[in-house]
Design a binder for this molecule. Structure first.
Ligand code: FE2
Ligand code: FE2
Length: 371
């Protein structure tokens, strides 16, 4: 606990997110891989090509009709009020909120574009007609999402060069099953995050400090459907949901939840401005995501176990303490870094081994975005 106590005692006035003052800063932030930043992925395309979705054919075909119907084809265009709202609302914001908002936009864009690249690469590298078609639709949606976010960054002259980002950001290799666990979760969490913010601002329109939040309701339905696609793929291949894979599922749930929790706590001003408390907001997102994930995962993390929050808070403090070591030099600081990393590892292991809840898979897989 020493590292945490030390951190608490420090007059920690530095911002928790690195400042963006120029397009170069924004592009640098997008390309840099950190523990908390969204990554780009590549996978084993031959294995993707061999996927068989025939056990869920009926639900799959209905989903494909929805993709084809493309009910959001006209959604990602700005309305007449957008520009004016940006000017009037943003001019009132203080600098720390602006910085956290830029960080949010860049992180969201990187994450949307990560999906776009991965789905597009799978599309190009498989011949399996079901997978190829799905990936075409999902890449279409993510490219709209990324483009829409980039327009908002361009308003501040912080536009991201997506071609350059695609060429220069490092790619992480994940075998297909890890892609399914991680991407399923990130799509459903994306839905839960966007809908929770949208509902909050529906109730408190005075807290909507940027027009982009008005787009979140229809936007998150795309993410919900993307998640449904991975749920169907996994349910069609039940071996992905048993045996040793249960340990992997558990790992991904904990890793994804913990990353989100720590990252959201680096943006206190943003949550404050939206009238949200980062802890409560994240627990609402966990609740929605866990509820949805019953469609595919045979286990749930027990988010109501008090130790779950205790360990997440500890990881957050350790992450801040690690951040503070970047400002210092010397052998003692090196030792301190090592100690913080070891404590973070132990905390993560404790989080991982908290008891989980078994869950029976429902016969009907598909869900409606009803939150
Ligand atoms: Fe998206
Ligand atoms: Fe998505």
């Amino acid at each position: 606990m020493t590292a945490i106590t030390e951190f608490m005692d420090t007059d920690f006035t530095q911002r928790l997110v690195d400042s963006v003052e120029s397009a170069a800063d924004a592009n640098k932030k997008a390309v840099t891989n950190t523990v908390l930043a969204p990554r780009f992925y590549t996978t084993n395309f031959d294995e993707m090509d061999r996927l068989d979705i025939s056990p869920v054919r009926r639900e799959w075909d209905l989903m494909m009709q929805e993709y084809e119907g493309d009910n959001n084809h006209d959604h990602f265009q700005r309305d007449a009020a957008f520009g004016e709202e940006v000017r009037t609302l943003m001019s009132k914001l203080d600098e720390s909120l602006k910085q956290e908002f830029y960080d949010f936009l860049i992180g969201s864009l990187t994450s949307e574009f990560s999906g776009c690249i991965l789905y597009n690469e799978v599309r190009k590298n498989v011949t399996n007609p079901d997978i190829k078609k799905l990936m075409t639709y999902m890449a279409r949606d993510e490219s709209r999402h990324a483009g829409f976010l980039n327009q908002s960054l361009k308003d501040f002259n912080f536009g991201i060069d997506l071609g350059q980002l695609k060429r220069t950001k490092k790619y992480t290799f994940f075998q297909p099953k890890f892609i399914f666990y991680a991407t399923y979760l990130s799509e459903k969490i994306g839905y839960a995050r966007y809908i929770t913010i949208f509902r909050q601002l529906e109730k408190n329109p005075d807290k909507r400090f940027h027009p982009i939040f008005r787009w979140f309701e229809r936007w998150c339905n795309d993410e919900f459907r993307h998640g449904e696609s991975f749920a169907l793929i996994m349910r069609a291949n039940p071996k992905l949901l048993k045996g040793v894979n249960l340990w992997w599922i558990r790992f991904f749930i904990i890793a994804v939840y913990a990353t989100m929790y720590v990252r959201d706590h680096t943006r206190p001003a943003l949550h404050d401005a939206l009238g949200l408390n980062a802890t409560q907001y994240d627990f609402e997102v966990f609740k929605i995501t866990s509820e949805i994930s019953k469609q595919v995962f045979p286990l749930l993390v027990d988010i109501d176990n008090p130790m779950f929050k205790v360990y997440l808070d500890r990881l957050t403090s350790l992450s801040f303490a690690m951040e503070a070591t970047k400002e210092r030099r010397g052998v003692l600081n090196m030792l301190n870094k090592g100690r913080i990393a070891a404590q973070a590892f132990t905390t993560f292991v404790k989080l991982y081994f908290l008891p989980v809840i078994k869950s029976e898979l429902p016969a009907k897989i598909r869900l409606a975005p009803s939150w």
